[in-house]
Each structure stands twice: as C-alpha cells, then as structure tokens.
Design a protein around this ligand. Structure first.
Ligand code: NOJ
Length: 561
C-alpha cells in the first residue's frame, strides 16, 4: 500500500550512536506504559509530553534506556496494541513533534530509547483492513490478512478451532461470509506475513522511526507472525497459557526467523547499535535463544524467569538454563520481574507459590514487598540486561479491587470477568502531593483513567525520595552500585557458592572490577553465612556478627568479595 510521504519531524539531535557497540548487553531498561506514566494535559491519560517532563526521574534512577509501549494512532481497543497508523502519534498521546522531542531529550540525558512495534496484527481501523472489508473476497487487500471461508454447510463455522488469547474464537465473520483471524481481540486482525507487501511495509515503518533516532524496537508477539501452512486445527479447545509447553500452529513457527534476519539487516543500515527485543512466549528458554542468534534479534524477554516461584532451586535452575542457552548463541541473558501484562512482582510474591502471573488476590502485601525487594536485587546481580516496569521502583502493588466498570483490559470483558486482570498493574503512577492524582496529572483533583488507592500517597516519588530504606532509594542505590561495580551485569556466567537449603549465593566476576558476591535468603528463617566480604547493599537490614553475616528471611545482599 502507499502511505503519504512520511512527515518525519526535524532531524534528531546528534547522539553518539557510534560510540557504544554492545551497549545493550548489561543495560537496565525501564518500561514506560504511556497512558499510566504522567499526564501533562489533565485529561486523565498519560502522554508523551508527560514522559518528557519526567525523564530526569529516569536519569536519576540510573537506568540506561527506556522502552515505551505503543503511542501510535489507535482506537485503543487494547490500550494501543491495536495500531491504525504505524507512523502517527495518537492525539491522546501527543504528536510527531512530541515523539521527536522525547527521543532528543532522552538522548541529551544519556538515555537510549526503544519504541514498541506491533507487527502481528493491526487495528480494525487501519486503512488496509477497512479496504479489505470494502473490497471483498479475492481482493489484494484481503490477502494482507487471513480471510477464509468458514466450515459447515453454509460456512457458518470458523475456518479452524483456534481460540483467541483474550477468550472466545480467534475468528470473526464479516459481511459477505468470510472470516478473518485475530489471535487477540476482534479489533486486532492478524496480518498475513506470507504476503511480501506486509514485509515491505514493516521495513519502511522500522526505517521511519530509525530515521527519527530511536535505538531499537521491542517486538510485540514476535513469535506469532508466521502461522503453520494450512492453518491446521489444534484438536482441542480451552484456554492455553502463553507459556504452555505444547507447540501451537500459530506460535513460534520457524518461519518467523527469516523476518528478524531481514529486520536485522535494516537496523544495520544505521549507525551504532540499534536493537531488536523479542516479546516471544516460547515453550522453552532454548526456543527463546533462537530469536537472538547472531543475525537476528539482540535480546528476548525471559518470561520463564518472570514466572518462576520464589524458590531457590527453581531460580537457580532457570538462571543456569538461561545462561547456558544464551551463551550458545552469544546473546546476553535478560531478566524481568514485572511488565504491563502480569501482576506486579510485589503482589505476586505475596501470594502462595503457583498462583501464576495474573492474580486478583492481594496476598500478604508486607511479605510481597519484602520479597520483591530481595528479588530485584537478585535480578540486578545477574549477568546480562534487566527490565524494570514503571512503578516497581516505588514498590507499587497491583490494585486488585478495581471496580469492574473501570476495567479496560479487553480480555476481562471477553472472558466475562473470569480473565484479564491486567488493569491492576496499569494504575497511574503517584509522583507527589497528598491528594489524587498524586502528581500524575498537572492539578490536584485531575482525573486518572484508573483510580489510585489512597495508600499510594505514601508511595509517591516525592514521599520516598531521600528516605533511607525506601524502595525508591533501594533501586537508586542498586543502580548506582551496579554502575560502580562492573562485575555486576557483565559477562555470561555465575559461579555458585555452597549455601544452606533455600539460600542462593553466587559470585560475579567481570574483566574490570572486584568480584561481587550476591546472597539471597529465600527461606522464612534467618540464616548465618560466612562473611562474604564488605557489605555493598542489602534489600533489608542485616547484621554482621564477627566473621558471619546474619541474613534475615527473604533478603538479598551484595558483598564486595
Ligand atoms: C503483548 C502485549 O504486551 C499485550 O499488552 C498485548 O495485549 C498483546 N501483545 C497483543 O498485542
């Protein structure tokens, strides 16, 4: 299809892209979810100008890069993951000049910027889909999607038995009788990646934003673009988890890799190291490693790590498996505990093990926060790159009691309130002040698209700044120490030390800098360990008793070995 000539805003400010090959290998990358980060105009929805104004917070926090969830033109059926124009900023979030200014400001502060790209599906309001509806069966525009005749005598049944990840059938029938595929909501028709026009269009979209100076892309549903030939039945119904072990004919097909090789070549046309990050829910970590082979993407999210319970053996195993799999392909490991699709780890870890990654119960919030702080220090002590989700530096829990009428997660409504609790981790950030929206909007009393709990007054950036022991100060110190001690985050190996059951102890060594020992007590009892060295940082108060460290329950400490 033809697009109007891209109206790329003025040339981006010069930024030393060239200076930093491999910048991503140990980077700490902070996810901004635009509608919930900061609202500059008081309409209750965060925007790009709000993000720009808050960039100094991210610089002070000490992260290396910012990943921004979609802000493109979209009817917002799935909070922007339904894109109607890949080159436009949605007016809710601002305009092209705001996007350009955001990249420039971030670069001036030394922060890299990763945008989100959504190639598996677009919005039903995308002009391609509108044209496909209008032009009907057999048209070139229908061939950009997966339109098929139904089954049954009169085509009244969907073409196969696939179910949408958001609940209900993965097919919707249109006037004239054909059905189209949507792995997510009906408002998100899947694009047909067998069609070269689709491939060419996305190369052009990548270049559009690369020209603006972005440092890379997080690739939404990277495992979903290619479907098995013939779209075969699965042979069973029922919801399946994203991290299910069974291969699915619509996920993790080998054909996706050619697309990322192609995209890598596009990125390499640009100076410096621009990166691709896979959001790929794969059955195993080894399958994730396929996305980061040397000529494909640079990083893949480690959802297996995110979904691992607070259990020493299980965590050790996933760390080892990850490092081994990534070492084999020469890619950095990544670690993540929270994002906009799962229950925040503060809440997850206060619930019983095995509760999954989407829960509606608050669990034990005190225990959850204590474990979350320990889990974060463990994660930031591992080799590779770590992803933080906005608000985790404040220790925010999920809001588990949002009234049904304010919920916007499409799967909540499609599954009649039985699934889809992602709104709980998307409640707007409290920045300052003593009344709602706690600095999220410009004035007291401004709306916020989801209500914030009153208790968040105590959790705002302002309330925690300079307060010894606050979660915000813990994150700031951790990122400071991580920068000062290059052994943390570097390399691709950990050396495990002997430790009592339920305790993890590991040494990090880098080319530069002294070794750092990371110890995590995952039990509910205090443990004594031979003193590993001088204390650098701990997630909770601990004591040193002669030549022993006394590590309280659910605590991580970093030691200079
Ligand atoms: C993954 C995104 O993170 C999620 O928020 C979205 O709903 C689905 N992909 C569909 O785009």
């Amino acid at each position: 299809m033809t697009h109007p000539a891209p109206t790329a805003p003025t040339a981006p400010a010069p930024f030393a892209h060239e200076d930093a090959a491999d910048w991503y290998r140990g980077a700490v990358i902070y996810q901004v979810y635009p509608r919930s980060f900061a609202d500059s105009d008081g309409d209750g929805i965060g925007d790009l100008a709000g993000i720009r104004a808050r960039l100094p917070h991210l610089r002070d926090l000490g992260v290396d890069a910012v990943w921004i969830s979609p802000f493109y033109a979209s009817p917002q059926a799935d909070a922007g993951y339904d894109v109607s124009d890949y080159r436009k900023v949605d007016p809710v979030f601002g305009d092209a000049a705001d996007a350009e200014g955001l990249v420039r400001d971030a670069h001036e502060l030394g922060l890299r910027v990763i945008f989100d790209i959504v190639p598996n599906h677009c919005s039903e309001e995308h002009e391609w889909f509108q044209r496909a509806l209008a032009e009907g069966p057999g048209s070139a525009s229908r061939a950009l999607f997966h339109f098929h005749e139904g089954r049954g005598e009169a085509g009244e049944l969907p073409p196969n038995d696939w179910e949408s990840i958001f609940g209900g059938p993965a097919w919707t029938r249109v006037e004239g009788g054909e059905w189209y595929l949507h792995l997510f909501a009906p408002q998100q028709p899947d694009l047909n990646w067998d069609n070269p026009v689709v491939r060419e269009e996305f190369r052009s979209v990548l270049r559009f934003w690369l020209d603006l100076g972005v440092d890379g892309f997080r690739v939404d549903v990277a495992h979903g673009l290619v479907k098995a030939p013939g779209l075969p039945d699965i042979g069973r119904t029922g919801q399946f988890g994203l991290l299910g072990n069974a291969p699915m004919p619509f996920f993790d097909q080998d054909g996706v890799h050619e697309i990322y090789r192609d995209w890598r070549r596009v990125l390499e046309e640009y100076p410096g190291e621009r990166v691709l990050v896979a959001e790929a829910w794969t059955p195993t970590i080894e399958r994730s490693a396929c996305y980061v082979r040397p000529d494909e993407m640079h990083q893949a999210f480690n959802f297996t790590y995110l979904a691992t319970d607070w259990d020493a053996c299980a965590l050790r195993e996933v760390v080892d498996t990850t490092l081994e799999a990534m070492r084999r392909v020469g890619a950095p490991a990544t670690w993540v505990l929270s994002n906009h699709d799962v229950t925040r780890h503060t809440t997850r870890l206060g619930n019983p093990p095995g509760s999954g990654t989407q829960m509606v119960t608050p669990g034990d919030p005190v225990l959850g926060l204590r474990r979350a702080r320990a889990a974060t220090l463990l994660m930031l002590g591992l080799p590779g790159s770590a992803y933080l989700y906005q608000g985790e530096e404040l220790g925010l829990p999920d809001v588990t009691d949002l009234p049904d009428e304010v919920r916007a997660d499409p799967s909540f409504h499609r599954a009649a309130g039985q699934e889809g609790f992602r709104d709980g981790c998307r409640v707007p950030i409290p920045w300052s002040g003593t009344s709602q929206p706690y600095g999220f909007g410009p004035r007291e009393g401004d709306p916020s698209w989801l209500p914030q709990p009153d208790a968040w007054r105590e959790l705002s950036v302002e309330a925690q700044t300079g307060v010894a022991g606050s979660t915000l100060e813990l994150y700031r110190s951790a990122l400071d120490v991580r920068r000062e001690q290059p052994s943390l985050g570097a390399g691709d190996e950990v050396e495990w030390l002997d430790a009592p059951d339920g305790v993890l102890a590991l040494v990090r060594r880098g080319e530069d800098g002294a070794p750092v020992v990371v110890t995590t007590n995952l039990t509910s009892e205090e443990v004594r360990l031979p003193l590993p060295g001088g204390l650098l940082l701990a997630s909770a108060e601990l004591a040193v008793d002669g030549d022993e460290a006394v590590l309280p329950a659910d605590t991580t400490a970093w030691w200079l070995g």
